[in-house]
Every structure is written in C-alpha cells, then in structure tokens.
Design a protein around this ligand. Structure first.
Ligand code: TYM
Length: 330
C-alpha cells in the first residue's frame, strides 16, 4: 500500500479553504492508502502565538479532523511536537537547504514584500522542517492545496540531494493537488487566498463559524457586475470561487451547476451556496461537539504518536548513521 502524509498548522481556526483544499482529499484517500495526518504545531510558532489559543486550536483541529471523517482506525493521527525527531530531522535538512532555495519560497517572499516586521528565522527555514515531516515517513504522496506545492517540491529536491550524497535514504514524494478547490479565495477579496490569518472575518468561513453567520458571509460575497453565470476565474473570480465551493461541497461538476443556473441571477446562486455551507457546517459541528464530549482525543493522539514515533525513531537513527553522527555500532 502506498503511503500518504499531510498536515495542517493550528495557527488560527480551520477554514473552509483548508477543508476543500486539503481535508476533503484526505478523506478520499484514507481507504486506499496508508494515511498519516498530523497537527503541524511546531510550524505554528513561526509567528507570534498566544499559548492558550494554540492549545485550543490544536484540540479543535484534532476534533475537526475526526468530525470531517478521518477515521483513527484507518488513519494515523499524531501531534508533531510530541515527536522530537521532527525537529531533529528538520535541523539536518536545514543544513542541506540552500539560502537561495529558501529565499525563493513564495510564502516567505510574500511576507518580505509586505515588509512585515518581526519575520522570524523559523518562518524562513520552516520549509526544511516541512520536508522533514514528509521524508521522515517515506511518504509517496502529499495531498495539499496549491499554496503548499512549492514546499513539497523542495522536499523532493532535498530527498534527491540526500540520496545522491549519502545513498538511498528517502522516498522522493509527489504532491497531489485537487483538480477543483486547490485554492479557495477570500469572499471579500477573491484574488486573495482564503486564509486563517485574514484580517477581514467576512472574507473567511471558519469551520466553527455559527452556520447562520457563514450563510450571511456567502450572501455578502463580492462578485462582479457582468451578471452572467459562467466559470471564468480570471474575469469573474468571486463567482468562480462560489461555483467551486458549491461543486466541492455537493460533488456536482461545475459545468452542470453553470447549466442549471442559466438565465438566473447571482442571488439565486448565492442562496444555494449559502444553504450548502449552512448544512455542511451544521452537520460538521454536531459531530465536532460529540467528539469533544467523548473525551477520546488524547487516547487517539497517543495511539497515533506511538505508531508514527516508531517509524520516526528508526528513520532518524538511520539518517544519523549515514551522516556519521552516531558513533555506536548499531
Ligand atoms: P496550512 O496549515 O497553511 O494549510 C493546510 C492545508 O490547507 C490547504 N489550504 C487551502 N486549500 C485551498 N484553498 C485555501 N484557501 C487553502 N488554505 C490552505 C493548504 O494548501 C494545506 O494543504 N506548511 C503547511 C503544513 C505542513 C504540512 C507538512 C503539509 C507542515 N508540514 C507536511 C503537508 C505535509 C501549512 O502551513 O499548511
């Protein structure tokens, strides 16, 4: 069985973008692949955090993974910070990454272009930690939204570089990006990605938003003045985003939705998207509350940590031997 791995960082509350771009793919694959899904909380501290919030977001993320349908019997769910091998391998890979290749990472470049103050060294080197997350488990595939593809490509380069220098060490992973929904846009500024850190809350749908609030956000989403329902992300990004959201939640192809709405107005489409989002969130949140009430989260993470930890321990021991960092005979 091929192995697949992915993670989400608990920086803020999970968005509909995270669900459509990432989690939905995990669900699709969990029966056919050996799936490892984790909480990338060591990545969350690359920006300033409030410890209480981080803890809460981490618990929410685990519960939401499960509420979305990840089944801990099939999928190994684990917490990155519980496995010190991630930062260990992260450091090793940092020492094999070039400044130039890290400087080319779009997320880092974007932050620099905005001249945000207080950019940490961790934010600069975090793609090397992400490579460690992936290469640790010899993942064949990494399902991500389009914004993370470049980081998976760096992981590929690092795996190839490492294998070339020290002999066979890592499986070279491949990113998998969904055909529909790889980049859900902000509802208020549809040329920008919907993001956990967006300042305008009206642009983002949190998976834990009150469903009626989410419905309002869809109804007030920015569209255009053309008045024609068609899928044209370049000229009608807001409309294309709404069509993508509806298609992703209902599994109806975009073409078919466009056909159904011929001769109708944006208001009609928005109503249907708003209902789909409302129903999706209501169901999801009912499951989320059940999971929180069951008190099973700790147990599930512990079991996942144990399984992932065994692999991580072996992998780092092997890499240290290869690098001459261990002096003991096996
Ligand atoms: P993060 O937490 O920013 O995002 C988690 C996943 O959600 C996807 N995503 C989106 N997809 C579609 N539309 C959007 N608006 C949208 N916003 C986010 C992301 O592409 C991603 O798949 N560095 C990673 C976490 C990470 C990781 C890893 C992922 C750490 N180690 C190893 C995969 C493998 C991150 O910050 O994702």
């Amino acid at each position: 069985m091929k192995r697949m791995l992915s993670g989400i960082k608990p920086t803020g509350r999970l968005t509909l973008g995270n669900y459509i771009g990432a989690i939905r793919q995990f669900l699709e694959y969990q029966n056919d692949y050996e799936l490892f899904i984790f909480i990338a909380n060591m990545h969350a501290i690359t920006v300033p955090i409030d410890p209480k919030e981080l803890k809460q977001n981490t618990k929410d993320l685990i519960a939401l993974y499960m509420a979305c349908g990840l089944d801990s019997e099939k999928t190994t769910l684990f917490l990155q910070s519980d496995l010190p091998q991630h930062t260990e391998l992260g450091w090793i890979l940092t020492c094999h990454s070039y400044m130039g290749e890290l400087q080319r990472m779009t997320q880092y470049k974007d932050k620099c272009a905005k001249q945000e103050s207080g950019i940490t060294a961790g934010l600069f080197t975090y793609p090397a930690l992400m490579a460690a997350d992936i290469l640790m488990y010899d993942a064949d595939y990494v399902p991500v939204g389009v914004d993370q593809k470049q980081h998976v490509e760096l992981a590929r380069n690092l795996a190839e570089r490492f294998n070339h220098r020290y002999g066979d060490s890592f499986v070279v992973p491949e990113p998998i990006v969904p055909k529909v929904g790889a980049k859900i846009m902000s509802l208020q500024n549809p040329t920008k990605k919907m993001s956990k850190s967006e300042e305008n809350p009206k642009g983002t749908i949190d998976l834990l938003d009150e469903p009626s609030v989410a419905r309002k956000k869809i109804m007030s989403a920015v569209t255009d003045s053309l008045g024609i329902i068609q899928y044209d992300p370049e000229n009608q990004p807001g409309l294309a985003n709404l069509l993508t959201i509806l298609s992703s939640l209902s599994n109806e192809p975009i073409d078919s939705i466009v056909n159904r709405f011929q001769g109708k107005g944006y208001g009609d489409l928005k109503k249907e998207v708003a209902e789909a989002v409302y129903n999706f969130l209501s169901e999801l949140q009912a499951k989320y509350r059940e999971i929180i009430a069951s008190g099973k989260i700790d147990e599930i993470i512990q079991a996942g940590n144990e399984k992932a930890g065994k692999i991580a321990y072996k992998k780092v021991a092997k890499i240290k031997r290869k690098l001459g960092l261990s002096i003991q005979k096996r």
